[in-house]
Design a protein. Structure first.
Length: 490
């Protein structure tokens, strides 16, 4: 597969492009993201579904610019799909032919089931949740998928969309007609789609609502992907948006200017779906059809799934910013041993061990950025760089473990900004201590095979070598509890 791949998604309202660069067999990272609100479906639903000339020209011009960007980034592969905007339009072949003949780009028009599947491939691989419904509200259609134990069980596409409903109902303020139409479409859902409490929101409407909730809550990290909120606690915000009568009112609620034209309709659809399915929790997705299309390409020989125990964010960071795979593996293995031997003292849930292992493996990132203050560099970078497969709580914990890997233990005032996302201070101190101990034990870069024993509240670490530097550092390392540590040569 090409090292740099461009993915273009032509939707009813917006056209989006992402460019990914591979770092190893399954790992990649984003190097460009471009969006153009071309509104290719504008006025089509009021004209028997036919695309109009002016919107088609906007889409054509945007595609030409997208291709220029792809060429500048030396992209060797371009995959372009179109969704309901072109599949519903009787005259779509005019646009497809013009693009092919003049720009040399082949656009693949996908059906609604395929669109729903691609969104589900993205979220099932790039989110931490395992059982949920996918909801992707577009301009012309809404796709829903059922994912259980990370397997895609059912997909469906409904003729519900912000542009479609705006032209058919909302331009005439026919809210009752819109509600009746949406419920009629939702009645097509199989009973399998009901009884799931968690819903993953894809697309512009879901992300815009999550952004507003983040602002309202003064949430400590500005990251949409993986942000989770309680539906009941935020129903009033949805109702406030739906009941606005002017752009000024939307502005006062914090809505961005580029969402004024679709946010009311989108929120109306979103809220109606949540009520119909009795959803309790919404998880925000920063990925969708584009990422799903890319994943079906790179994972075509593995049933569109990453290998078990594989995390693309961790692998991509290791590929790009660590310089010694053996050191990385050693640090992960050794910290796991320390966690296990100290279990009678710390009594932490074993789930924390994976966060420790990942923290230790990513330790070298800061050194790649700058030697001085490398722990802070690693922490800041990881907080924003662990894009896929982690909850916000896991991101913050891993970043905090690394940041406070010093002689002193972290104190509550240092982590209070993230207090709501972190475990209690004693747990953070223990994890920071174990990480720091592991870091010190490898400070000579020898990858020594230490032997660990814990007896009578004494942790004995045995080695075949003398370790003068390590011995001195261990004496200065503060412990989270009273126990004795001995490093001896055998």
């Amino acid at each position: 597969m090409s090292k740099i791949t461009t993915i273009i998604d032509i939707g009813s309202n917006s056209m989006r492009m992402v460019v990914f660069k591979k770092t190893s067999r399954f790992a990649f990272h984003l190097i460009n993201e471009t969006k153009s609100k071309v509104k290719i479906s504008q006025n089509c639903y009021a004209n028997n579904g036919n695309l109009q000339e002016e919107p088609m020209q906007r889409a054509y011009d945007a595609l030409e610019s997208f291709l220029n960007i792809a060429q500048g980034l030396k992209s060797r592969k371009i995959l372009c799909v179109a969704t309901s905007a072109l599949r519903d339009a009787p005259n779509s072949k005019i646009f497809l032919k013009r693009v092919h003949e003049n720009l040399g780009l082949n656009i693949k028009v996908i059906d609604g089931t395929k669109e729903a599947y691609l969104g589900a491939v993205a979220t099932s691989n790039l989110l931490y949740e395992k059982d949920f419904l996918n909801l992707d509200i577009g301009g012309g259609s809404t796709e829903i998928a059922l994912i259980q134990n990370n397997d895609i069980k059912e997909t469906i596409s409904l003729k519900i969309g912000t542009v479609r409903l705006q032209e058919l109902y909302f331009n005439d303020n026919n809210y009752e007609g819109a509600k009746e139409y949406i419920l009629e479409q939702l009645s097509l859902l199989d009973d399998k789609f009901k009884g799931i409490s968690s819903l993953v929101g894809l697309g512009g409407t879901a992300r815009s609502l999550s952004r507003l909730i983040i602002q309202k809550q003064n949430y400590p990290i500005d990251v949409l992907h993986g942000f989770t909120y309680n539906v009941k606690e935020n129903k009033s915000l949805f109702e406030d948006i739906i009941n606005t009568t002017s752009n000024q009112e939307l502005k006062e609620l914090g809505v961005r200017k580029d969402r004024y034209d679709t946010i009311k309709t989108g929120t109306f659809i979103f809220n109606t779906v949540l009520e119909y399915l009795d959803i309790k929790e919404v998880i925000t997705s920063g990925v969708g059809v584009r990422e799903g299309l890319y994943l079906t390409d790179i994972l075509r020989t593995s049933n569109h799934k990453f290998p078990s125990n594989f995390n693309i964010s961790v692998r991509s960071l290791l590929d790009r910013f660590t310089f010694d795979d053996k050191q990385t593996a050693y640090l992960g293995n050794n910290v796991s041993k320390i966690f296990d031997i100290l279990k009678p003292l710390h009594n932490l849930n074993s789930n924390y061990k994976s966060s420790l292992v990942i923290s230790s493996k990513l330790q070298q990132i800061g050194l790649s950025l700058n030697f001085y203050k490398n722990s802070e560099h690693s922490s800041n970078f990881i907080l924003n760089g662990l894009n896929y497969g982690f909850s916000h709580e896991q991101r913050v914990l891993i970043a905090s473990i690394i940041r406070y890997s010093k002689k002193e233990l972290p104190i509550l005032s240092q982590i209070e900004e993230f207090e709501d996302l972190l475990p209690d201070i004693k747990t953070v101190q223990w994890l920071s201590y174990i990480y720091s101990l592991n870091k010190i034990l490898n400070s000579e870069f020898l990858r020594c095979q230490f032997k660990y024993t814990l007896e009578d509240n004494i942790l004995t670490i045995s080695s075949s070598k003398e370790h003068y530097i390590i011995q001195r550092a261990l004496k200065k390392l503060k412990k989270p509890d009273e126990f004795k540590l001995v490093l001896e040569k055998i």
